[in-house]
Design a binder for this molecule. Structure first.
Ligand SMILES: O=C(O)CCC(=O)C(=O)O
Length: 328
């Protein structure tokens, strides 16, 4: 079994080609076993009725009082979206760090989960089809998931979450698959990715599901599941929800959107805070510490040599880069 674990292709076992064999070797409860099989096959899990009405209602109060109008006003990104309400709302943090969900994630990923970000939506997000792996990726890959919680009932009229089961098995689409040049991408280029994904789902033609959730239901998606927010049919209705984004320990975390995969310059997410202890997240590769050499803005080379000289290397690269720009 040790051999199998070692050759599990550096993926979470739940996404490994050796899943069945590893599952056989694990002593899981019937409930965990069923969820694991479903998650492996479909890339998501639904936990019906997980949070109480009272918990959902308390969070809704904080969304309006602390997220949009209260002390935490500045944390509302726009009139529909709040980022990191967990920092000012106890109930938001409680839901984001729910022990039963963390226990399940520990089983599914065999590593300690690191919840690091919450998003709350007042209405449907209407986000175009995407995988979280464009925003949040890791080395080894796929150590990331999203936990989506319905804070009220959702049907086809108030912009339900949509998702494509089994799409986690497709290759991860990174920004450099979408564009021809090796130039850097910024948020302004995100629509190029969205357009690509729109066409991609048409040709891949996976089954599209919408999550007609009851208040308190939860959907956990794996990092590469393609999902988004459906069109809102009834503009008068809200669709209150919370998403928690979660990484797992002992990885390097980066944003593919801002990385340059052609030149190997990664936008390392070095400002992650683990909600569980409030501490900054340590980055390493399966426990091995590596050096990061800053090349430009937030882009780094990842080095496994000259660790102590990484600053000198960074500086040299920056200098050469600037000189070349000047000489052009
Ligand atoms: O809530 C939604 O409609 C979509 C949220 C989402 O796509 C995300 O958090 O990645």
């Amino acid at each position: 079994m040790k051999v199998l674990e070692n050759i599990s292709c550096n993926l979470p076992w739940i996404e490994s080609p050796f899943f069945e064999k590893i599952l056989e070797s694990k002593q899981l409860s019937v409930e965990y076993k069923e969820i694991a099989k479903y998650y492996n096959e479909n890339g998501y899990a639904v936990l019906k009725n997980h949070f109480t009405e009272e918990q959902a209602d308390r969070l809704v109060v904080d969304i309006f009082n602390k997220g949009f109008n209260g002390d935490g006003k500045e944390i509302a990104v726009d009139e529909n979206r709040i980022q990191d309400l967990w920092k000012v709302s106890e109930i938001s943090k409680d839901i984001a760090t729910d022990q039963r969900i963390l226990d399940l994630l520990k089983v599914l990923y065999d590593r300690n989960p690191i919840p690091f970000q919450t998003l709350n939506f007042k209405k449907g997000s209407t986000q175009a089809a995407h995988s979280d792996s464009i925003h949040f990726s890791s080395f080894p890959e796929k150590y990331m998931c999203g936990i989506w919680v319905a804070l009220e009932d959702v049907d086809e009229t108030n912009g339900p979450l949509f998702y494509y089961p089994k799409s986690h098995k497709l290759p991860e689409i990174k920004f450099q698959h979408v564009r021809k040049t090796s130039s850097y991408a910024t948020w302004k280029n995100y629509s190029e990715y969205e357009r690509y994904m729109e066409e991609y789902v048409k040709v891949i033609n996976p089954n599209k599901f919408t999550f007609k959730a009851k208040k308190g239901d939860v959907l956990i998606w794996s990092s590469n599941v393609i999902h988004g927010g459906s069109k809102i049919i009834d503009e008068n209705r809200t669709r209150l929800s919370q998403v928690t984004h979660v990484f797992f320990e002992n990885c390097i975390y980066y944003s593919p959107l801002y990385s340059n995969q052609i030149t190997g310059e990664y936008a390392i997410k070095n400002n992650l805070i683990n909600m569980l202890d409030g501490k900054s997240v340590n980055q390493n590769y399966n426990g091995e510490s590596l050096a990061f050499s800053r090349i430009r803005n937030n882009n780094y080379l990842i080095l496994n040599y000259f660790k102590s000289f990484s600053r000198i290397i960074s500086f040299t690269f920056l200098l050469v880069h600037q000189l070349r720009k000047l000489l052009k």
